[in-house]
Design a protein around this ligand. Structure first.
Ligand code: TXA
Ligand code: MG
Length: 320
C-alpha cells in the first residue's frame, strides 16, 4: 500500500525517502527538475554536487545514456544490482541540475526489493542522494531519516536497517583507464579481479570536487571526533585529562576500554559487520552526552578503506 502511495508521490513531483542496501536515499522523478531542485533545498546541498540516478532494469539506460563502454557493461553484469555506481556519458534530455551540468551521469541499480519495486512501480528512474542534510552522517534506518529531515519530505518507506551500511563505490569506466571516485560498499579488490586491471585512485580531487566523497569534511557528527591507535596510551591519557566524558568507537571488543564507554562496530572484528554498523554507531555517539569521540584506526584494505575514508572525513578536532 505504502509502495503504491510512494510511487504516486514520485510520479507527481514529490519526495520519498526509501531504503537501499547501502544507505537510505531521498528520491524523486529524475526527469522533473523542480522535484530535483526540492531535493537540493531539503538537503541544503551545493549545486555543484551531482546526484545518482537509480534504475531497476537495464532497459531504463536507453533514456539516460548515449553509450556504454565494454568495461562498464562488464561491471554492470558482475555487480548490478549492488553497491556500485557507474559513470556514463549522458543524454541531453536529462535535466542539467541532476548532473551539475557535467556531460556525464552517475547511475546505479540498488540491491533492495523496496527500492527496485518503487522504481518499477513509478515507471521512471529515480534521482536520489543519501537522505541526510548535506555534510552530516548518512542515514541507515528510517528513524535516522525521520529525525533529520522527516518534516520536509512527503513519505518515508521503512525497510529496516541497511545491510551494507556505507554508500556505493563510484567507478568511472568511460575511458580505458578505470578510476575510482569514491570508496564504498564494493571492495576495489573485487572489481580489479573481474576487470583484470588496476583501478586508479581519483578519490581526492584538489580542484572542483565531483563527488562529496572527495570533499575533506563529510559524513561528520556535530561532536568532535578524533582517530586514534588503541595502543597509544600517551595520547589516550592526554585526551582523558582534557575531556570529561570520552566515548570510544572501536572496531572490535578490547578489554583495555570500559564497556560502558564503547560503541563496538563488530563483536567478531568483521569488516562487513563494521561497515553495516558504522553510521548507526556515529548517530548514537553524536546524540550521547560525550564531549569527545575517539575512533579506532583500522587497516585500509578492502572495506577498511571505505570505513577509514568515512572516519577521516568525520574527524574534527574542535577545541584542540
Ligand atoms: O549508496 C549510494 O550511492 C547512495 C544511495 C542512496 O544510493 N547514494 C549516495 O548519493 O551516496 P550521494 O548524493 O550522497 O552521493 C552521490 C555521489 C556524489 O559524490 C556525487 O558527486 C557523485 O555521486 N556523482 C554524481 N554524479 C556524478 C558524475 N557525473 N561524475 C562524478 N561523480 C558523480
Ligand atoms: Mg551523501
Amino acid at each position: 500500500m505504502n509502495l503504491e502511495k510512494a510511487a504516486h508521490i514520485i510520479r507527481n513531483g514529490g519526495l520519498v525517502a526509501f531504503p537501499t542496501e547501502t544507505v537510505y536515499g531521498l528520491g524523486c522523478n529524475a526527469f522533473d527538475s523542480k522535484a530535483v531542485a526540492k531535493i537540493f533545498e531539503v538537503k541544503n546541498r551545493p549545486k555543484f554536487d551531482p546526484l545518482i540516478v537509480h534504475i531497476s532494469s537495464e532497459s531504463q539506460l536507453e533514456d539516460l545514456v548515449v553509450e556504454i563502454s565494454d568495461t562498464t557493461r562488464k561491471l554492470m553484469t558482475a555487480f548490478w544490482p549492488g553497491p556500485l555506481t557507474l559513470i556514463f556519458k549522458k543524454k541531453k534530455t536529462l535535466p542539467p541540475i541532476i548532473t551539475s551540468d557535467l556531460d556525464t551521469v552517475a547511475i546505479r541499480m540498488p540491491n533492495h526489493p523496496l527500492a527496485l519495486n518503487l522504481i518499477t512501480k513509478a515507471k521512471i528512474p529515480i534521482a536520489a542522494p543519501s537522505a541526510n542534510p548535506f555534510g552530516y552522517i548518512s542515514p541507515t534506518t528510517a528513524q535516522h531519516v525521520k529525525d533529520q529531515i522527516g518534516n520536509k519530505i512527503d513519505l518515508i518507506l521503512d525497510g529496516g536497517p541497511c545491510q551494507v551500511g556505507i554508500e556505493s563505490t563510484i567507478i568511472d569506466a568511460t575511458t580505458p583507464k578505470l578510476k575510482v571516485l569514491r570508496w564504498g560498499g564494493l571492495e576495489i579488490e573485487t572489481i580489479e579481479k573481474i576487470i583484470c586491471q588496476p583501478v586508479e585512485d581519483k578519490t581526492h580531487s584538489d580542484v572542483h570536487p565531483s563527488a562529496p566523497g572527495q570533499l575533506k569534511s563529510h559524513y561528520a557528527p556535530h561532536k568532535s571526533l578524533i582517530l586514534f591507535e588503541t595502543d597509544d596510551i600517551e595520547f589516550r591519557k592526554r585526551m582523558e585529562k582534557q575531556y570529561k566524558n570520552i566515548r570510544f568507537l572501536l572496531f572490535k571488543p578490547d578489554k583495555n576500554f570500559p564497556k560502558n564507554q564503547c560503541e563496538i562496530l563488530s563483536k567478531k572484528g568483521s569488516l562487513i559487520e563494521s561497515a553495516a554498523n558504522l553510521f548507526s554507531a556515529l548517530h548514537k555517539l553524536d546524540s550521547s552526552d560525550a564531549d569527545l569521540i575517539l575512533a579506532e584506526k583500522i587497516p585500509e584494505t578492502g572495506l577498511g578503506r571505505a570505513i577509514m575514508d568515512k572516519l577521516k572525513k568525520a574527524e574534527h578536532k574542535r577545541d584542540l
